[in-house]
Design a protein around this ligand. Structure first.
Ligand code: TXA
Ligand code: MG
Length: 312
């Protein structure tokens, strides 16, 4: 755990316009003061991301939900109460002060209170400097690449693009390992836009949902995304994997976590990176069942495998 001095330094750097890479329980984020238009523009440049893809605003406390939302839908209040702090992003009607750079001009803003102790300490320190302050942060990877689940991954992705004064906080490996669940609470009933560790089953206990089993719809969730350099081939079971492996060209590996979906979520992106580092050309991934956390994993693996030419 970084020291209080380090949190203070990072929070002051952020308030002064720097970018800060910080850990969360899902993945590492590339943070900017959500009320600083110049710093926000640097987030898009640093990632190489189109400027109309909205950013999630990270808050220290659920009490700040009302500061960032124009009118908080009852579903958002109930979901925040049940799952914050945690790996859940809520889309709510944006408050007037929320910048277009954050929302991509949309009428909603995505809000999340992370549970990671380092993220919390950093956000809380920042909110002492900027009252109700939020930290806008996409995943700390270059656009289209795999999200970082360790500080060293974020460094490898972004160090060449960071400036003097920007900081990277190392908080160890992200426990969940997949990006947050996104629920659009501006519609009634709410709709899941991206599956994650707060599963459809868990959400369904708190609120009605529409199209809970549908494909991801968040803008920026392109068909091909979260992709390593190697070709990802998704298969239903181990025997299928072994048959495909025999026919695959070049160095090939099979990724099979068995029934342990928590371990698979936690390790998936690191496995993608490790496969690339070993020069693997074809990574055959055995998919988990399509329920609970398995849905989020299948979503990411499918996107990693979409339309990827086998590299040579
Ligand atoms: O777990 C996470 O959510 C991580 C950590 C850092 O919190 N963040 C993350 O951010 O994954 P990013 O930018 O890589 O993915 C956020 C997704 C994008 O597809 C974006 O388009 C969508 O959320 N999004 C954010 N705000 C939105 C809004 N107001 N309306 C629709 N989609 C939104
Ligand atoms: Mg991302």
């Amino acid at each position: 755990m970084p020291s209080p001095d380090q949190f203070a330094a990072a929070a002051h750097a952020l308030a002064a316009g720097a970018l800060v890479v910080f850990p969360t329980e899902t993945v590492y984020g590339l943070g900017a003061n959500a009320s600083d238009d110049v710093a926000l523009r640097r987030v898009f440049q640093t990632k190489g991301r189109p400027s109309d893809h909205p950013l999630i605003v990270h808050l220290a406390t659920p009490a700040d939900l009302d500061h960032w939302s124009a009118s908080t839908p009852p579903s958002a209040v109930a979901l925040a109460e049940a799952f914050w702090p945690g790996p859940l992003t809520l889309l709510v009607p944006r408050a007037r002060h929320v910048l277009d750079t954050v929302t991509g001009g949309r009428p909603t803003v995505g809000l999340r209170v992370p549970s990671h102790p380092v993220a919390h300490a950093f956000l809380a320190r920042f909110a002492e400097i900027v009252p109700h302050g939020g930290v806008a942060a996409p995943s700390a990877n270059r656009f289209g690449a795999v999200s970082p689940t360790e500080a060293v991954h974020a460094k490898a992705e972004l160090l060449p693009f960071l400036h003097d004064g920007d900081l990277i906080i190392d908080g160890g490996a992200s426990t969940v390992g997949l990006e947050s669940t996104i629920v659009d609470c501006s519609v009634n009933p709410p709709m899941i836009l991206r599956h994650g560790a707060v599963t459809a089953e868990m959400l369904g206990v708190v609120t009605d949902l529409q199209d809970a089993a549908g494909p991801s719809r968040a803008p920026g969730m392109l068909a091909s995304h979260y992709a390593p350099r190697c070709a990802v081939i998704a298969v239903a079971d181990r025997s299928h994997a072994d048959r495909v492996a025999v026919e695959a060209v070049g160095p090939v590996e099979v990724l099979d976590y068995g029934i342990d979906v928590d371990a698979m979520a936690h390790g998936l992106y690191a496995s993608f990176r490790a496969a690339d580092a070993r020069g693997v050309q074809s990574l055959i991934v055995v998919l988990p069942p399509e329920s609970g956390l398995g849905r989020a994993i299948r979503d990411r693996v499918t996107k990693a495998s979409a339309d990827r030419p086998v590299p040579n």
